[in-house]
Write a protein that binds this ligand. Structure first.
Ligand SMILES: Cc1ncc(COP(=O)(O)O)c(C=O)c1O
Length: 400
């Protein structure tokens, strides 16, 4: 059969979707590893820790007990109840487990269903950029248009709030916020959040608040959920996930919480796409929320040490300049002084230093001039990667 040219009826939507640079780098890094190279995987966006034992045991028990069938769309009640308790306790959000919480197959799936439920063809979504590329994919699949709000590196990747009003048209429906942010590691302060809240209210926008990195904060920062701000609960959809907090990326379980009419539609979309998330993963998720939380604190403390190591190390490499990320687990140094595009540098680092990173341009044009390095890797590997990057930059670029 002819490969890639046979089917003539591909949708315009699917053709508009571009493969992410992640997929490209992931494939090349895996290929190099397979050929025997010692590749440092600093491109991956997932904790390198194992899922805590008590969570794994809950899943094993679920299998043993035969909890291996469909659950209702939107997740089974006990998990929605545990999520509702968590939202009250950690986020100061009131969400009725009956109809204001929907369990989905990870944050990605929650985002996809949310955009399907909110966006009509031609509608616009304001999205801070550089950002997770899947936001654009979801918006394209819903027929909408993403409008970029610049994150300013010189201001610690804060959104350019002065430009916010200029981004609005009569088709603007949704404002997306993400704090702590991927890929910049920046966070929104209370002041930023309040400004966004006033803006959302004045322009009657729905806000999607992606909070999957809420626990990954370093220093004296405290996560504030957008929905907990006065008057914002009715217009905010909170997206969260078990992936990062509990090192559960492969389990594929996350959730959306918000106003019951919107949640009903999100559940409807999920019913027609996945029906329900894995029953076994849902049982594990209950153990994650109701079990001991020390494992999360330990992981975050380890990440803080790695963050300090990678930031200091990158700033010692000529041509790199790295702000200290306040949250998430990514360093996003500027590489402008090296005189290479982010794609050229990422390719050079992979092929010559055997260090996989992600070019900033993968997160949008506004990410050009930076690369993303994940510090979800051991200190030993981070040190090794830093040493190799320094050497290759020196050898190939003359240490600009
Ligand atoms: C900002 C952000 N949101 C959502 C997700 C989705 O994660 P998951 O689907 O594993 O919950 C990711 C994953 O990297 C992310 O970085």
């Amino acid at each position: 059969m002819e490969k890639g040219g046979g089917v003539k009826s591909l949708s315009k939507r699917s053709q508009e979707l571009k493969p992410t640079a992640f997929a490209e780098f992931f494939a090349e890094a895996v290929e190099l590893q397979r050929s025997g190279e010692d590749v440092m995987h600093l491109h991956v966006g997932e904790p390198d820790f194992r899922t805590p034992k008590h969570i794994v045991e809950a899943a094993q028990e679920a299998i043993e007990e035969g909890f291996t069938h469909y659950t209702p769309p939107g997740g089974f009640f006990e998990l929605r109840e545990a999520i509702s308790e968590k939202l009250k306790r950690d986020n100061n959000i009131d969400a009725d487990p009956e109809d204001e919480v929907c369990v989905l197959s990870g944050g990605y799936n929650a985002l996809y269903c949310a955009f399907q439920a909110l966006i009509d063809p031609g509608d616009e979504v304001i999205v801070p950029e550089p950002c997770l590329p899947q936001y654009w994919g979801d918006i394209i699949l819903a027929g909408g248009r993403a409008v970029a709000l610049e994150l300013m590196e010189e201001e610690d990747f804060k959104p350019d709030l002065d430009k916010l009003q200029m981004k609005v048209s009569d088709r603007t429906k949704v404002l997306l916020i993400n704090t702590p942010q991927n890929p910049t590691g920046s966070i929104l302060t209370m002041e930023d959040l309040e400004e966004f809240a006033a803006f959302a209210e004045n322009n009657d926008l729905t806000v999607i608040s992606d909070e999957v990195y809420e626990k990954f904060l370093y220093g004296n920062y405290h996560h504030v959920s957008f929905a907990s701000l006065s008057g914002m609960a009715e217009r905010t959809l909170t997206i969260n996930s078990f992936s990062k907090t509990y090192a559960m990326t492969g389990w594929r379980v996350g959730y959306a919480a918000g106003e019951s009419g919107l949640i009903a539609k999100i559940r409807g979309v999920s019913e027609h796409t996945i029906w329900c998330p894995s029953s076994i993963a849902q049982k594990a998720a209950i153990a994650a929320l109701r079990g001991p939380q020390g494992c999360v604190r330990e992981m975050v403390e380890e990440f803080r040490q790695r963050r300090d190591l990678i930031t200091a190390g990158l700033n010692e490499i000529k041509g790199f300049s790295c702000r200290t990320p306040k949250g998430a687990f990514y360093a996003f140094p500027s590489i402008e002084k090296l005189g290479l595009s982010s794609m050229e540098l990422a390719q050079l680092l992979l092929r010559k230093a055997m260090v996989a990173t992600v070019p900033g341009v993968a997160f949008g044009q506004l990410g050009e001039g930076n690369i993303r390095l994940s510090f979800a890797n051991s200190k030993e590997n981070i040190s090794k990667a830093l040493e190799r990057i320094g050497r290759v930059v020196e050898e190939c670029l003359g240490g600009h």
